[in-house]
Design a binder for this molecule. Structure first.
Ligand code: NAP
Ligand code: MG
Length: 502
């Protein structure tokens, strides 16, 4: 059985703790993938020191050259796409078509970052004084702590690490303890590309990988004064803690947090299309996407008909190991995640008094008993005040609510603390534009599922979903760089702005 290592200062090494944790296939817990280091504060400190040292040199590598590294990273990922995706399915459960999408998102992000190395545009503005020039540049920040969840184990780390690197920062990366192998692969690829592009000028310590738990390794990021910024994707509870400590220490913090996303279906919608979308949005990735469709808001005129169509199709979804052909839905990622889902089902039945339409139990037939499977679950008669309508469940559970107008549907959609993704199915162009204007969310789809963001567009949410930053596209470069204003006075005399000219 393979023992994996941390990557610190250009070397693969064990944790100083000597301890490890197991990584198992959630679709078949008899399948042991490997042992990963349970790192400690000493490992974090060593990695941060290495990143700090590497920053001195990496920031001076021309940005287009840093982009060249990312170009090679994208090329290697493309060559190894199937293998990376197969292992990702084995590690965290979602089906192969989806892990291929996850890997592709990393490739797209690599190529975008590569080209950004030749842009990183700054703005110039005229000076208010004669014979003087005003410029502004993006400059790197320093050392970043990257903390990521398990549900997009390739895409999310790449969204953070690639733009951070192109801007000239160095990083220490702590992946989720449930998906260390994909992280291990990513860091191997980055290092291979660094060596290929930089050759004898290779700089150790630009990217460091420290495995371990959030409670230990993640917390060490917060207290380490040599970490200048933290980019975090995960739960709102942990995000608030990072924001609190990071705020006190004046660290720059980017937070991408939870969601309670809804799809609205109006009575003039294409119902077949809306059906395909909700099945994909609610049960793709076993409902474990931050953008998953967790609520379905149906217009009363089509409510019963659509619910029947949905139930028939949901009952036919095939559960299983995501690397097997014909499987639609994989397992929950872990036993505790499945317990959370089951607890919410009990809340829906007992506390909320909603009506269970389908599912509501573990799936244990045959080989499914070996993994953390849960039946696709639908509740009807859900009202906006119920806990299953307000709280993030992160599993294959869909709450169906009824509305009688566009305004009411949007009120219901907006009635949670989150604001990540949203969707409306309608063929009324006026209603579609009103929805775009009035829905409180970072992402709105018209006649599309709540999932399916593209890597070159701004990604993130409003309200408790984050702290105002976005990942993806051009917007993320504002997080990973600072502005430097430069004044060049070629008048040969002391010119005092605001004073000599007014
Ligand atoms: P989580 O428990 O918050 O964990 C996310 C990461 O934070 C993991 O690497 C975790 O480490 C680490 N962590 C845990 N406690 C920490 C602490 N005290 N200090 C620093 N780091 C800590 O979230 P999750 O349950 O894995 O992921 C699901 C959540 O992520 C959902 O709420 C989902 O909506 C959200 N999500 C959001 C987006 C988005 O872009 N908005 C995308 C995907 C997921 P360990 O788990 O290894 O201990
Ligand atoms: Mg695992």
């Amino acid at each position: 059985m393979e023992y994996f290592k941390n990557f610190i200062n250009g070397e693969w090494k064990d944790s100083k703790s000597g301890k490890h944790t197991e990584n198992r296939n959630p679709a078949n817990t008899e399948d042991l993938i490997g042992y990963f280091p349970a790192s400690t504060k000493d490992d974090v400190n060593e990695a941060v020191s290495a990143a700090r040292e590497a920053f001195k040199k990496w920031r001076l590598v021309p940005a287009p050259k840093r982009g060249d590294v990312l170009k090679v990273v994208g090329d290697i990922m493309l060559q190894r796409k199937d293998e990376i995706s197969f292992e990702m399915t084995r590690e965290m459960g979602k089906v192969f078509a989806e892990t291929k999408g996850d890997t592709q998102e990393g490739i797209d992000t690599a190529y975008y970052a590569a080209s950004e190395g030749r842009r990183l545009f700054g703005l110039n503005a005229p000076s208010e004084l004669p014979n003087k020039m005003n410029l502004s540049f993006r400059i790197p920040i320093g050392v970043g702590g990257i903390i990521t969840p398990w549900n997009f184990p390739m895409a999310i780390p790449t969204w953070k690490i690639f733009p951070a690197l192109v801007c000239g920062n160095t990083v220490v990366f702590k992946p989720a303890e449930l998906t260390p192998k994909t992280a291990n692969t990513l860091v191997h690829i980055i290092d291979e590309a660094m060596k290929e592009v930089l050759g004898k000028d290779y700089i150790p310590g630009v990217v460091n990988l420290v495995h371990g738990s959030g409670r230990v390794v993640g917390e060490c990021f917060l207290e380490n004064k040599n970490i200048d910024f933290i980019s975090f994707t995960g739960s709102t509870a942990v995000g608030k803690r990072i924001n609190e400590v990071g705020g006190r220490e004046l660290k720059r913090v980017s937070l991408e947090l939870g969601g309670k996303n809804a799809q609205i279906v109006m009575d003039d919608a294409n119902l077949d299309l809306a059906l395909d979308a909700v099945l994909w949005g609610a049960f793709g990735t076993t409902g474990q996407r931050c953008t998953a469709t967790s609520r379905l808001i149906l217009h009363k005129n089509i409510h019963d008909k659509f619910l029947k169509m949905l139930t028939d199709r949901a009952a036919k979804l095939k559960l299983g190991y995501g690397n097997d052909k014909g499987v639609d839905v994989g397992p929950c990622v872990s036993e505790s995640q499945r317990e959370t889902v089951n607890d919410y089902v009990k809340i829906g039945l007992n506390e909320d008094k909603a009506t269970l339409v389908i599912g509501g139990d573990y799936a244990k037939d045959g080989n499914l008993a070996k993994g953390w499977f849960y039946k696709p679950t639908i509740f009807k008669d859900v009202t906006p005040d119920m806990r299953i309508a307000k709280e993030e469940i992160f599993g294959p559970v869909l709450a169906v609510l009824k509305c009688s107008s566009l305004e009411e549907s949007i009120d219901i959609l907006n009635g949670t603390e989150y604001g990540l993704s949203s969707s409306i199915f309608t063929n009324n162009v006026n209603d579609a534009f009103k929805a775009v204007r009035d829905i409180q969310a970072g992402i709105t789809y018209i006649n599309g599922a709540t999932i399916g963001a593209e890597a070159h567009m701004p990604f993130g949410g409003v309200k408790a979903t984050g702290n105002g930053h976005r990942e993806g596209g051009w917007t993320v470069y504002d997080f990973y760089s600072e502005w430097k204003a430069v004044y060049i006075d070629y008048s040969g005399k002391l010119q005092r702005a605001q004073i000599d000219n007014y």
